[in-house]
Ligand binder design. Structure first.
Ligand SMILES: [Zn+2]
Length: 343
């Protein structure tokens, strides 16, 4: 046996071992670690793959950090990625909030990771690029620094003692904003704290159809959550069951009487659900993980009515602005939400 052949066999063996090793690692590593390690979107056509809480995102687009009617918060998390149609929807909501709901602009929170998938912390859903959080604090009239975006207090609207609304923090513009988002045909549902839903039920008046999409949920006391419908014709996206009929205003008692009550002293402590592994996600998500990074900036061509057109992935960072002290808003105090599937 010649030395070259021996070396060739060694190389092949090493490659095979590496493959086996990678396979074993993929199977044994929680999916949140695999997706959490990806810093760039995948190549490939945009696709929301799977269900909101069990899936991934191919060909994501990044929300530009600044627009005429929005700023993206929490830049250090690198979670401002979404399906391009969702980027357009969010920009449209921000524009309409400015026009119709008297908001200077919106502060966007987490969308999805560059390739979607489960996250190391924070959300059960937000996995397929069709979920986003919008803060209930108005955009300030200046561009926030990156440090401010990560640390600015975002006060809760809920009184932690009563679990009902803190009326001093209420503005009619909040109802107008949530109604604007709910009336978007592409919005599947919205999540708000039950105390906020209760207030919306009181102030809605006779036009109540939009309340059907506004669903009570743990957390969501300083932000609300926008979920977009699967795009028409998408075979990879799994729709959620219908929100049914009615405004849901008669179904809030359980929240205040049971769900939001402190647990009795003998209650079993809340146990976090076990992490998801790749086997729990659609098979296509392994391919999304393996795809090369998207190279050319993906300009959204389907950004109807978005102003300006959704800018590309890898949009230039905003030029630095002089650091200013963070506003001394009182910080709200709801406990971290107990995450539920699909929440
Ligand atoms: Zn959310």
């Amino acid at each position: 046996m010649g030395q070259t052949a021996g070396r060739g066999r060694m190389a092949a063996l090493a490659a095979a071992l590496l493959l086996v090793g990678t396979g074993a690692t993929l199977a044994q590593t929680p999916a949140k670690e695999l997706f959490g390690a990806k810093t760039r979107p995948s190549d490939g056509a945009p696709a929301a793959i799977g269900f909101y809480s069990h899936g991934c995102l191919q060909g994501a687009m990044q929300m530009p950090a600044d627009g005429p009617t929005w700023q993206v918060m929490k830049p250090s998390r690198n979670r401002a990625f979404a399906h391009p149609a969702m980027i357009s929807l969010l920009q449209r909501i921000s524009r309409d909030a400015a026009r119709q709901a008297n908001w200077r602009g919106l502060l966007f929170g987490d969308m999805a990771q560059p390739r979607g998938g489960p996250m190391r912390d924070g959300h059960a859903s937000h996995q397929i690029g069709l979920d986003a959080d919008i803060y209930l604090t108005e955009m300030p009239n200046r561009r926030l620094s990156n440090a401010e975006r990560d640390s600015m207090p975002l006060p809760s609207l809920i009184d932690p003692k009563t679990t009902h609304l803190n009326e001093r923090r209420w503005r009619p513009e909040i109802a107008a904003l949530i109604k604007t988002a709910a009336n978007e045909p592409e919005v599947e549902r919205l999540f708000v704290h039950p105390g906020i839903k209760e207030k919306l039920c009181k102030v809605a008046g006779r036009d109540r159809a939009w309340l059907n999409k506004v669903r009570p949920m743990f957390g969501h006391d300083y932000h609300f959550h926008v979920r977009m419908k699967c795009l028409p014709g998408s075979k990879t996206c799994e729709p959620q069951e219908s929100t049914g009929k009615g405004d849901g205003c008669d179904k809030l008692d359980w929240w205040f009487d049971v769900a939001l009550k402190p647990p009795p002293p003998n209650a079993k402590p809340y146990k976090k659900p076990p992490p998801l592994f790749m086997t729990a996600l659609p098979k296509a998500c392994a391919a999304v993980l393996a795809e090369p990074d998207a190279q050319a900036p993906a300009i959204a061509s389907a950004t109807r009515a978005a102003t300006p057109p959704a800018a590309a992935y890898a949009a230039p960072e905003p030029t630095a602005v002089a650091p200013a002290p963070a506003p001394a808003a009182p910080s709200g105090g709801m406990p971290m939400p107990r995450f539920r599937s699909g929440g």
